[in-house]
Design a protein around this ligand. Sequence first.
Ligand SMILES: Cc1cc2nc3c(=O)[nH]c(=O)nc-3n(C[C@H](O)[C@H](O)[C@H](O)COP(=O)(O)OP(=O)(O)OC[C@H]3O[C@@H](n4cnc5c(N)ncnc54)[C@H](O)[C@@H]3O)c2cc1C
Ligand code: FES
Ligand code: FES
Length: 1340
Amino acid sequence: MSLQGAAGAEELVFYVNGRKIIEKNADPEQMLLSYLRKRLRLTGTKYGCGGGGCGACTVMISTYESTSKKIQHYSANACLLPICSLYGTAVTTVEGVGSTKTRVHPVQERLAKCHGSQCGFCTPGMVMSIYTLLRNHPEPTSEQITAALAGNLCRCTGYRPILDACKTFCQESACCQSKPNGKCCMDQEDDLFDKREKVCTGLFSTDEFQPLDPTQELIFPPELMRMAESQPKRTLVFRGERMTWISPVSLDELLDLKATHPKAPLVVGNTNVGPEMKFRGVLHPVVIAPARVLDLNLVKCTDDGLTLGAACSLTLVKDVLTNATSEFPEEKTKIFRAVLQQLRTLGGEQIRNVASLGGNIVSRKSTSDLNPILAAGNCMLNLVSRGRKRQIPLSDIFADGASNNTIMPEEILVSIYIPHSRKGEYVSAFRQAPRRENALPITNAGMRVLFEEGTDIIKDLSIFYGGSVSTTICAKQTCQALIGRYWNEQMLDAACRLVLKEIALPGLAWGEKVDYKKTLIVSFFYRFFLEVLQSLKTMDPCHYPSIPMEYGSVLQDFETKMPQSIQIYQDIEPGQPPQDPVGRPIMHQSGIKHATGEAIYIDDLPSVDGELFLAVVTSSRAHAKIVSIDTSEALKGPGVFDIITAHDVPATNEFYYSNEPEIVFARNKVTCVGQIVCAVAADSDVHAKQAAAKVKIEYEVLEPVILTIEEAIKHNSFFEPKRKLEQGNVDQAFETVDKILEGQIHIGGQEHFYLETQSVLAVPKGEDKEMDMYVSTQHPAIIQEMVSASLGVPANRIMCHVKRVGGAFGGKLLKAGLLASVAAVAANKTSRAVRLVLSRGDDMLITGGRHPFIGKYKVGFMNDGRIIAVDAKFYINGGCTPDESVLVSEVSLLKMDNAYRIPNLRCWGYACKTNLPSNTAFRGFGFPQSALVTETWITGIADKTGLSPEKIREINMYRENEQTHFKQQLDPQNLIRCWNECMEKSAYYSRKTAIKEFNKQNYWKKKGIAIVPMKFPFGLGTRYLSQAAALVHIYTDGSVLLTHGGIEMGQGIHTKMIQVASRELNIPMSCIHFCETSTTTIPNACASVGSAGTDVNGMAVKDACQTLLKRLQPIINKNPKGTWNDWIEEAFKQSVSLSATGYFRGYNESMDWEKGEGQPFTYFLYGAACSEVEINCLTGDHKNLRTDIVMDIGCSINPAVDIGQIEGAFVQGIGLYTMEELNYSPEGVLYTRGPDQYKIPAVCDIPEQFTVSLLSSSQNPYAIYASKGIGEAGLFLGCSVFFALRDAVTSVRNERGLKETFTLNSPLTPEQIRAACADEFTEMMTNNGSASSTPWAISM
Ligand SMILES: Cc1cc2nc3c(=O)[nH]c(=O)nc-3n(C[C@H](O)[C@H](O)[C@H](O)COP(=O)(O)OP(=O)(O)OC[C@H]3O[C@@H](n4cnc5c(N)ncnc54)[C@H](O)[C@@H]3O)c2cc1C
Ligand code: FES
Ligand code: FES
């Protein structure tokens, strides 16, 4: 059937939240996400990545199957779901689940009340994943919950509170019953609670939760059922601007279509074709959607195996295989089990629910987790084309071009046959990924061996690997060579040598992690060897040797368990009035709105009439002259309105915050890949992006190109000034020490990965050059300043508004200002409203992140562990513009002592100027790096002295009132209390002994434990940076409108400010409203940074409220029994002003860098964390078993918010130190531009046991209500996991006789762990050099 012959374009009929949608012009290129957001104005479903990797866009799809009469619900990523695939389905979005206008659904209520949302951007996606789970399983198990959330990322909460909310739906006990005495792990009073203190553990009360009532849910639309039953199925055709979608219903039609359009892809889940079109610009004029063809949905069980239709979703495959494993004897289901093993961690549930088995196979990606095992398992493909049917072994489709058996363009894969395993056959599948769940594999494998009957002589062997080269590869020669061999050590040796020789990984194109992949290739085989040996032994214990006891545990993979967690905080004083909310775990003020999707972010704002969308064009060279910019093709694109360059900037294009500029548009040259050169304004984001791709820029490369810190040192390329701190006499001290340790550590950068990408809406107001700027920023004043300077208008014409920000972490300061200028210049030129929302890829490419860092150190110490002298140099990779790099290097110097007294210290800080995108502020601001350097040499001293790291820490910890290295006084009492409590609560020493025992009994798995103290100085270094203002209006109905200069970006500042106002005015929180932060209400507000928001704005709010109360006092005194409303009414009548500003001048902080002395901080937070991990030495994988944190945060204003900050920061720290790896090409191009390549922690990464205790009886005289600013500190404690991993690696190395100290860089990824666990397999790599000397990626 030809396209021309197909019926005319159809109406697309589906339902959204119970409402019928008839789309007459369905565009096959349109995904459900943009349709919901732009067309239906349902903005609750969020954009986080566009590629299926973050879950922010999760919706529920419901279908009705007329033959079985079954309704099915499944979660899916709206960003990859073509609307054309939705014919006859019902879509439920977060708005359809519940809303404040109708009824808030129990899922939404509990997520909010359990404090499961901070910035709230991921929350609708979380709600939808949980909601869908509950529709299918109203009383889910904990495994079902963790599986349902595996595809949803949250950058703020650390997941614990989200899981707590989910647990409330579980019937099973939250108790682990793991204690030997049958006691629950939650039952830890003995260890955890100090009986003298009145402490609380609950952050929410389940009593107030509505019950889940499945009868209240939206029903499946009866009309869709009628449609499915009464209307004969017919071919559907949808035509868009560039693409036609044809969905046939019979195999014959499908074959005809495929014959006519051999190049047209078959789209089922669109999880492969979709990302190719979006991210690689592939355009398919015709796509064929075969999902409705029955033959492709077949599930057939025969005596010898299973036949599954190619369009079966991976979830269905999983269900069918799970059933089969319980129906058939184990002997027959070994292949099924191995496939299931891979399916458990393949993608997230949203992906598995739509991705098809055929799609995974046919796309032949090297990262397919199924192909290696299906190929090894002798699975067959049933292929059909017009007039021809054939069955081929699946393994043939990877043949290296020699075989004729590859799938022909006109052929359709109809089904896959998965055979039963046979007697004497053993099958296994393996994978290692950067993250255990929802991450493409680095390497995977499928292996099968068949023995001669009753022997261990190999009759048939099949080994396939994935992840290594461009497709699945077979170790054919190895397998052939091993046939006839016994399954013994000699065979293993030969196999490893042969397989390494055969699977040659070319070094360049696939050069990523070559040695690691090769190590995995042999390690996987070794594991298979052990598994098979063990099975042989079980079957015939007399004949076969058992594997050594200590090898057994490696045969168990790590699993994600529902974490058990406890939060401990001090109760409020007994005399505190019940209506006073301070000190109570109050829910985030926007919590419910986050969960219902009603919370508005920039891109949720309705479009303004005539609005244009902006797409930026960025440099593809790291250092080059711009020879020409050719915009002619781009300007011809549909919907294109204009192209904006540096020439269109009316005034300032270059901002000098130091002696080198921050640049809005590159003018004559570019200094990094990702620098904005120009921007296309068009009538839609799609048109703007299409045109942006057509802008041609000609470059002339300039020398030098400096990318790494080493290159910057070589070229003496630094931002000035360089900084130094010195105390004591370092040189002399080195002469007195027993030993000297020298070394260096590299700490990689970190991407902010706020879930809401950088977003701006610039709206010219049409007169007096006024412009409204709606920006996702943590610093509205700098937006106002930069936009007004760019446009050359006074600041009083630019109004910047921020309602909330979907995560920032330091990344939405100057970078947001530059992007706001880009949008404002475009709005000014076009006189139209302009929206600029960066795609995830552009955001990661353009906006920089945490500075990569090299710490070089020389440390002198005594044999008893005392540190005498430190000489250190810190280099940070600042990128191409200064931003705040010098400040970051200063802070890294000021905080480098962490918790230790270092009598003689010299330390230099250098901010390197390179041709990378400019790096910027990031939670912790230099401290997480410099303190990691300190903790690294502490561990080094432990290695050298033979003392334990905790002993070295204790010996050198600040003990009494003393001075820091810049002569600021500190009282470390609470540091010591935190340390001691953490020791006690974590039962450190007894667990250390248990770990030692475990390590003795396990060879390939090891545990490690570490406890790390922390001193976190609070302050911004200068008084004016911590000034703050507030404005409080009381209206005549008694309601209060509060505003201040702080930005709500998830840290709950508005909630806390309302708590402050409520206490001061003595009125319920419900009377107080916060609308937005704006430059019109609070001028010149300082940035919300450095954990200071609550401290400084709290003071200002308190001040304003006290002013108002003072004015009201005479009225209250006259009528003490009156109500708030009475007093306000009276005040109005008496012409008492009901509006007041409040002000806080800032902390008296200063630092004299010439002298190296000062009081740059106001007070210190303290903490300690103890973490325990387990590693798999064969793969480098690890599991976070337990973390106990004790933190001194003064008197918490809101323990739920503060504990949330600690946990969220801690998990972000786990990401920094153990997972998040940015990869740049040798040309300076960032490879890692989305959640598919850059892995932030997911649900599977949080500790199985997670306790956070707030130190009791801690007072802070310097901040509001004796609290302490807590936003950043917890991040550093993530390094306890880093050092626990190091501890585990140390015990591996000790056991292998490797006694010398070793350095581990950050992030401590599975690759590094595997390499550090040196053994015979890593040894093989030393003699197996990579094919190319050009690295695939370089370390910045
Ligand atoms: C976020 C994310 C995470 C992922 N994680 C993993 C992972 O961990 N492990 C893993 O293995 N995979 C992973 N994948 C890949 C995913 O499993 C595959 O993309 C998916 O299985 C492809 O199926 P589909 O139906 O979506 O394919 P589509 O995109 O619809 O089509 C895929 C291709 O296969 C062809 N095709 C499909 N069906 C047929 C047929 N019947 N006959 C002939 N040709 C056909 C099409 O022409 C097309 O070229 C991930 C994907 C995403 C987006
Ligand atoms: S936006 Fe769809 S998964 Fe990230
Ligand atoms: S609350 Fe999850 S990303 Fe912010």
